[in-house]
Write a protein that binds this ligand. Structure first.
Ligand code: CA
Length: 222
């Protein structure tokens, strides 16, 4: 899952990005409204964390612009202001949730998890595909209850597929949602990762759909 953090306070930006990366997300960052707006409009993020008080262009006008451009990714607003009207305006501009500063980083992580699973149609923090369970809370994958050790890239890939179960996901979509904008993208590596994940899970829930991509599904019986 690929996220964008738009926050002009550099320390806070770094702190949020580090916590999200630690939790297994790939994260891009922006430090003013203009840069943030551009990234949000041009890159396919699974969710965005957006500060309201930003230089160049404020957060609610950035959000308005995204929504007017048809961007539907979930947006979590950060606000230092307690004024209820700021929150109302943010929701009316298309925000999905908010956190008031100062906050505990755990609250951001929990709200991001909730936004991601709601956006992909899941009600619980545990995503299940047959014997395979991905606990988005602690970033762990188990098969029949046994923990599977995955690298961060493998985790990101299986997490993306688990969130989008049953849907065909193209390689280019995987690449766009697994790597940040500066990463040297090579679609052949995806096949390598899929191969490794299949081996580690010991059950083939990742179907290769020839010419189209991959689909996560339980193998058909018989
Ligand atoms: Ca700010």
């Amino acid at each position: 899952m690929r996220l964008l953090v738009v926050e002009d306070d550099r320390d806070l930006n770094r702190q949020i990005v580090a916590a999200l990366e630690q939790a297994g997300y790939v994260v891009d960052k922006a430090f003013d409204g203009e840069e943030g707006q551009f990234l949000g409009e041009t890159e396919p993020y699974d969710a965005v964390i957006l500060d309201l008080g930003l230089p160049v262009r404020d957060g609610s006008s950035v959000l308005n612009a995204w929504r007017e451009a048809g961007k539907t990714m979930p947006v979590l607003i950060l606000t230092a202001r307690d004024r209820w009207s700021d929150k109302v305006n943010a929701f009316d501009s298309g925000a999905d949730d908010y956190v008031t500063k100062p906050f505990h980083i755990e609250e951001i992580l929990a709200r991001v998890r909730a936004l991601l699973r709601r956006a992909t149609g899941h009600a619980k923090s545990e995503l299940v595909c047959g014997p395979v369970v991905l606990d988005t809370k602690n970033g762990r994958v188990t098969v029949d209850g046994n923990p599977v050790r995955l690298t961060s890239h493998e985790y990101r890939l299986i997490a993306y597929l688990m969130h989008h179960q049953g849907r065909i996901i193209s390689r280019s979509e995987i690449i766009e949602h697994l790597y940040d904008q500066d990463f040297d993208r090579d679609s052949n590596t995806i096949e390598v990762f899929v191969g490794r994940i299949r081996k580690k899970l010991g059950i083939d829930i990742i179907e290769t759909v020839r010419g189209l991509g991959y689909r996560l599904e339980l193998p058909q019986a018989g």
